[in-house]
Design a protein around this ligand. Structure first.
Ligand code: CTP
Ligand code: MG
Length: 234
């Protein structure tokens, strides 16, 4: 087994909730596009050998941007759902390697990822049998309601996490887990769910809460603030 690390970046979404004139990964954030921050932060990590990015087939924005990254970058067409986009990128990666590298799947829409969080993931998991993901402990009291918004239960927040990315698994295991969940029509919204469905136990690694997924327009201002904080400006 190789000890190498690759990144896969799903970037084929349309950003419906952002309601802007372009997919959110192409919005400006400080001096760069969101996608540029994300790719450059991954590429500049010394352990990442290369990146496979999935962009939408009908994406007219990608061909107009030129992004300087310091590692090999391969582009594939994404799919209708995030998991299909990831699988297409993994298919491509399979043609590029002869071994079974670790793959860090990271959302294009998470531009604030810190090098220290990537380091943490690598150091906690690179000797692990399965792999895992970055997550943030839930701080709020969590309630479950019925469809009428009437509270059915309060869920103990101890040991509850919000899953984020990168999610790090071996190429062969992740690819087969995603294929199986698709064959069986199981909706998986992240890689860990597919791995869990396949009967394995991924590990949660605590990450910084500033690794937000840009989803609605107010998130851009928040991401800018986090970037300033990371530079020690506030
Ligand atoms: N993504 C993808 N392929 C899809 C859908 C999403 O590669 N078919 C990517 C997005 O580009 C994003 C990441 O998966 O980087 C997380 O998805 P999300 O935040 O839901 O992005 P969008 O689907 O673009 O946003 P929305 O759900 O608001 O439309
Ligand atoms: Mg989406």
């Amino acid at each position: 087994m190789s000890s190498g690390f690759w990144a896969v970046v799903p970037a084929a979404g349309i950003g419906e909730r952002m309601q802007s004139d372009r997919p959110k990964q192409y919005l400006q954030l400080e001096d760069k596009l969101v996608i540029e921050h994300t790719l450059q932060r991954l590429a500049s990590h010394p352990e990442i050998k290369g990146i496979v990015i999935a962009v939408a087939q009908e994406d007219g924005w990608w061909p107009t941007v030129s992004i300087d990254v310091s590692c090999p970058l391969y582009v594939v067409n994404g799919g209708k759902q995030r998991s299909y986009s990831v699988l297409k990128a993994l298919d491509k990666l399979s043609t590029l390697v002869t071994d079974d590298p670790w793959v860090l799947v990271h959302d294009a829409a998470r531009p604030c990822i810190r090098q220290e969080d990537i380091n943490r993931l690598l150091s906690m998991l690179s000797k692990h049998d399965v792999g895992g993901l970055l997550g943030i402990p839930v701080n709020d009291t969590v309630k479950r309601t019925g469809d009428d918004n009437v509270i059915l239960e309060t869920i103990e927040r101890q040991n509850l996490w919000r899953a984020s990315t990168p999610q790090m698994f071996r190429l062969v295991l992740l690819k087969s887990a995603l294929e199986t969940s698709m064959e069986q029509n199981i909706t998986v919204t992240d890689e860990a769910s597919a791995i869990e469905f396949a009967g394995f136990e991924p590990v949660m690694v605590e990450g910084h809460s500033d690794n937000i997924k840009i989803t609605v327009s107010t998130d851009l201002a928040l991401a800018q603030l986090f970037m300033q904080q990371q530079r020690g400006e506030c």
